[in-house]
Design a protein around this ligand. Structure first.
Ligand code: CMC
Length: 426
């Protein structure tokens, strides 16, 4: 019989020490199960920013930030990026296994069958100002999906959960592309079932009723890779938001809308947009030193956007793959000598050789390169985070569904360390 592992917590006062079970995962650090800590000892743990807290058990994604490892359902991201497409990855994240040929055909078809929006939902767009940020539009329109599918919103029904997941994965490219078309005042382009997911997305973004649009296969591959690399990232801020929202029993469209709102922040999915804005602000290779100095200055709030990561203290494996795509796209489109891309590559080189960035393990993250790739594809900066949201939707729904089907799941309700006034009279 294997010995049960426990951690003993002693208090240094007259309180009795507490024994807490240690649980192991299949990989990664053990966790101390503190669920009974408060009832046993009257104290809470304190961990703002969740630096040492596992909020859930999950079988979906594994990260070893020290070694730069990212696995979806056990498969290394490098293999998935090179040997699979985004539909394989969606199937894998949701079902736990890669699809065989028959399963893939049927999954592709289901997703295509759900790609159109209800025509009344299409009219929602005109309620927004033209200059609204597409992420603001997406928060609204995705949340509004809740109003359209009452017949399949019993979250305790696995079939309903699956159908909601299909709908979200299928409709997000349509919503994202419509948010773009609305912003630039072009007619909406409806999805086409003869095109693959990434190809169809480019079609909805760039086609016009007036002329035929044929996406370049390098561009299609680049979008597919962006989607794969952003599909899931275990318990990041937006995924934790989706889980927390979903823990109350809220419907999946509302939860994903909450995830989109969280992703929008510049410390999370907004980083690729912030990164391109930063490159534009720097403006020329001759000003890089000035900005590197600012990034290192404790009294200056400026940071190099697209550098650093909470979990990866080695190179972000997604960044390496995205870097490869970045060069492929710049070569294909003949953009290596474009001043903005020259600047980006020079900034990368200088920061990678700088002692401050090396000692703090601040490497370019996936958003550094994905911003450059998207710009090269002709996608405007203000759309970057929406494309991240479109990719992450599969991760959000997979994590949401895993949580709901876990018999141990309860409403998420963190506690606090109260630091306000003690009791007083009016
Ligand atoms: N430029 C300059 N200094 C930095 C940067 C940066 N980009 N990132 C971190 N630092 C410094 C920071 O000042 C701190 O220094 P010190 O130890 O002297 O106080 C140290 O490095 C550790 O930083 P931190 O803020 O404590 O680290 P964190 O884990 O809380 O933050 C981060 C991680 C990603 C929010 C942060 O690195 C950052 O703001 N990066 C820029 C924004 C960005 O690119 N975000 C995208 C993240 S990847 C996409 C995703 O997965 O969502």
């Amino acid at each position: 019989m294997t010995q049960k592992k426990v951690a003993t917590l002693s208090f240094g006062d007259d309180r009795e020490s507490v024994e807490l079970p240690i649980l192991s995962g299949s990989m990664g650090p053990d966790v101390i199960d503190i669920r009974t800590l408060h009832t046993q000892s009257g104290v809470f743990t304190y961990d703002p920013g969740f630096l040492s807290t596992a909020s859930s058990s999950s079988e979906i994604t594994f990260i070893d930030g020290g070694k730069g490892i990212l696995l979806y359902r056990g498969y290394p991201i490098e293999q998935l990026a090179k040997q699979c497409d985004f539909m394989d990855v969606c199937y894998l994240l949701i079902n736990g296994e890669l699809p065989n040929k028959k399963e893939k055909v049927s999954f592709d078809k289901i997703i295509k069958d759900h790609s159109m929006l209800h025509e009344q939902l299409v009219r929602f767009f005109s309620g927004f100002r033209r200059d609204a940020h597409p992420m603001a539009v997406m928060v609204g329109v995705v949340g509004a999906l809740s109003a359209f599918y009452h017949e399949a919103m019993d979250i305790s029904d696995a079939g309903h959960r699956e159908l909601s997941a299909f709908r979200l994965i299928a409709k997000l490219p349509t919503i994202t592309a419509m948010a773009y078309k609305y912003n630039i005042g072009q007619p909406f382009v409806y999805p086409r079932n003869d095109l693959d997911y990434a190809e169809n997305f480019l079609h909805m973004m760039f086609a016009l009723p007036t002329e035929e649009y044929k996406p370049n296969p390098v561009m299609v591959r680049a979008i597919d890779r962006i989607l794969i690399l952003h599909a899931d990232h275990e318990q990041n801020a937006s995924t934790s938001t989706v889980r927390l929202a979903g823990s109350s029993g809220a419907n999946p469209f509302a939860c994903v809308s909450a995830g989109i709102a969280c992703l929008w922040g510049p410390a999370h999915g907004g980083a690729n947009e912030a990164c391109l804005n930063m490159l534009e602000e720097i403006g020329s290779v001759s000003r890089i030193d000035e900005y590197i100095k600012r990034a290192k200055d404790k009294n200056d709030s400026f940071r190099l956007m697209g550098f650093g990561h909470r979990v990866y203290k080695n190179f972000d494996p997604r960044a390496q793959l995205m870097r490869e795509t970045c060069h492929e796209v710049l070569n294909e489109l003949g953009l290596h000598n474009d001043p903005l891309f020259e600047l980006a590559l020079e900034l990368e080189r200088i920061a990678l050789e700088d002692e401050y960035f090396i000692s703090k393990k601040l490497y370019p993250n996936v958003d550094y390169y994905s911003g450059i790739v998207q710009r090269a594809l002709g996608i405007p900066t203000f759309m970057f985070t929406s494309i991240f949201a479109m990719a992450r939707t599969v991760g959000w729904v997979a994590q949401w569904s895993e949580m709901i089907s876990d018999p141990e799941h309860r409403i998420g309700r963190p506690r606090q360390r109260y630091t306000g006034k003690t009791v007083r009279n009016v």
